[in-house]
Write a protein that binds this ligand. Structure first.
Ligand SMILES: *Cc1c(COP(=O)(O)O)cnc(C)c1O
Length: 352
């Protein structure tokens, strides 16, 4: 193509998502929840009046925002919703990372961060995790333009306690710190309890993992009303109607059913602990997982080889082959039955 045209195109190296095969496989590659959404979602879907689709949705997403606010015991003015937390996070990058100084995030982390930084031309500097894949909090005490990290981190599944998270926030009070808590429900305490204490903190969570709603695309940020207002201003400036009518209805149902939510989490954590034990017995090593996935390597077999053997067997896991993590694959925790199939195959494959 004409060089002059190309010169004016914003060219970005895109994020590469895990495969979504259209055939039936054991799908342990994109950290989806193996259990269905809360029963209320199904009911609301059957009752949904399609006449509503004639109308634009409420741009403030008030019903969903209210349900989330009530659930987390914050004010409505403290909640921002978006089309998955990817949308929320991208909006946060655009709104809050406007410094000349680089933003900081770990080198091994969610691979969307550098994509958004490139897209919005935000300078960034990756801080290497240590040899055990742990974030070194001191790396984040240097001067920067903002900080973002997931807790638990992805794809390592390592969870840091709240005092660790607080240290990072407390050392960065002149910039915005975003804690991406996509997997917090499988782990420990959330940074949400620090919202009132630090005006520079934004906590981002999602319905995609713990609430089994990846296909619905609902994410949210919780912070103080001032920062939430800046987010909404940015959103309204280019697309007011991000949340579609069905999402607003089903999202409310998903957040309402606490008993179902807890039961689903309990089952996944139980299966996770079982899977960790079985993987260890087979010689795998992995950082201790507090998420719904395990980041594992086998000292005797190449990760790529295992990845391909599993795929041939109809078991999909995630493999990147990128620097520092060439030997690792990320295995989502599925149902107990799915994990038993995985372990049975691995036993056979490794001749154990
Ligand atoms: C899955 C994930 C998200 C985004 O999920 P959405 O489906 O867009 O809500 C964000 N951050 C991390 C670390 C994730 O793993």
């Amino acid at each position: 193509m004409n060089e002059k045209i190309l010169k004016n195109i914003r060219q970005v190296e895109p994020y590469v998502p895990g495969e979504q095969p259209q055939t039936k496989v054991i799908k342990l590659n994109t950290n989806e929840n193996p259990y269905p959404p809360a029963p209320g979602v199904q009911k609301a879907m059957v009752q949904f009046d399609t006449d509503r689709l004639r109308l634009y949705p409420d741009p403030t997403a008030d019903t969903l925002v209210s349900a989330i606010a009530k659930h987390y015991e914050v004010n409505k003015e403290q909640v921002f919703v978006g089309v998955g937390s990817d949308d929320v996070l991208a909006m946060c990058f655009l709104t809050f990372f406007n410094s000349e100084k680089p933003i900081f995030f770990p080198d091994i982390t969610y691979s969307f961060y550098d994509v958004w930084a490139e897209l919005y031309r935000i300078p960034y500097e990756c801080q290497p995790v240590d040899e055990n894949f742990k974030i070194r909090k001191e790396d984040y005490y240097k001067e920067n333009g903002g900080v973002i990290f997931p807790n638990p981190n992805a794809p390592t599944a390592i969870y840091e306690e709240l005092d660790f998270v607080e240290d990072v926030i407390a050392h960065n009070q002149d910039v915005i710190v975003i804690v991406d808590e996509a997997y917090i429900d499988f782990a420990g305490k959330s940074a949400l309890e620090l919202i009132d204490k630090y005006e520079n903190l934004i906590v981002v969570q999602t319905f995609s993992k713990s609430r089994s709603m990846a296909g619905m695309r609902i994410g949210y940020a919780i912070s103080n009303p001032t920062l939430i207002k800046y987010l909404n201003d940015a959103k309204y400036s280019f697309n007011s109607y991000t949340m579609n009518q069905p999402s607003l209805v089903y999202g409310v149902e998903a957040v309402k059913d606490q008993a179902y939510f807890e039961e689903t989490i309990r089952k996944i954590k139980e299966t996770r602990e079982w899977t960790k034990k079985e993987l260890s017995k087979l010689g795998f090593t992995f950082p201790d997982s507090q998420a719904n996935f395990i980041f594992a390597m086998h000292p005797d077999v190449e990760a790529l080889e295992l990845f391909e053997a599993l795929k041939k067997e109809g078991i999909y896991v995630r493999f990147w082959g990128s620097k520092r993590i060439e030997q690792y694959m990320r295995i989502t925790v599925g149902t107990q039955e799915e994990m038993e199939t995985l372990i049975t195959f691995l036993k056979k494959y490794l001749n154990k």
